[in-house]
Ligand binder design. Structure first.
Ligand code: THU
Length: 151
């Protein structure tokens, strides 16, 4: 169970992470904060590239940082994305993770439980959905279980 207090804290951390966004091309700054199942928080921001396709989203930056620090199960992720200088209160849309990021996050859903996705537009204004709702009928590690069975 993630407390409301922890959710708000995670959203605040995503806002902090957004400050590190390197997005000179789109000027769309995104921050993400992952709460791992072992209680740690990992921050990430989008990192763009002059070769546009080489851009990395905030969610994947945070996921890669978490996994390489030994956290392979994610309880929640908070995401905040909006153009540079945006007034979050007036911004109508909540920026949920893109399709590629949903699939990357899918890999690290807790073995028993859900991965909660919080999309924020202001520190006290966020919407929450499970990753399963954002990526139904998903393909995950279990689909490759034949590999473990030696087939
Ligand atoms: N972006 C993210 O960081 N996360 C998403 O889920 C959607 C898009 C970034 C990529 C790019 O730097 C900018 O937002 C505009 O697409």
């Amino acid at each position: 169970m993630i407390t409301e207090e922890m959710k708000s804290h995670l959203v605040e951390q995503a806002f902090l992470a957004r400050e590190s966004s390197y997005s000179p091309y789109s000027r769309f700054k995104v921050g993400a904060a992952i709460l791992s199942s072992d209680g740690r928080i990992f921050l990430g921001a989008n990192v763009e590239n002059a070769s546009y396709g080489a851009t990395i989203c905030a969610e994947r930056t945070a996921a890669v940082k978490a996994v390489t620090e030994g956290a392979k199960s994610f309880a929640a992720i908070a995401v905040v994305g909006a153009e540079e200088g945006a007034d979050f209160i007036k911004n109508k849309d909540y920026a949920f993770p893109c399709g590629i990021c949903r699939q990357v996050l899918r890999e690290f859903v807790p073995a028993s439980g859900e991965l909660l996705v919080l999309a924020a537009r202001a520190p006290g204004d966020y919407r929450e959905m499970t990753l399963d709702a954002l990526l139904p009928h998903s393909f995950g590690p279990e689909d490759l279980s034949y590999l473990k069975e030696g087939r």
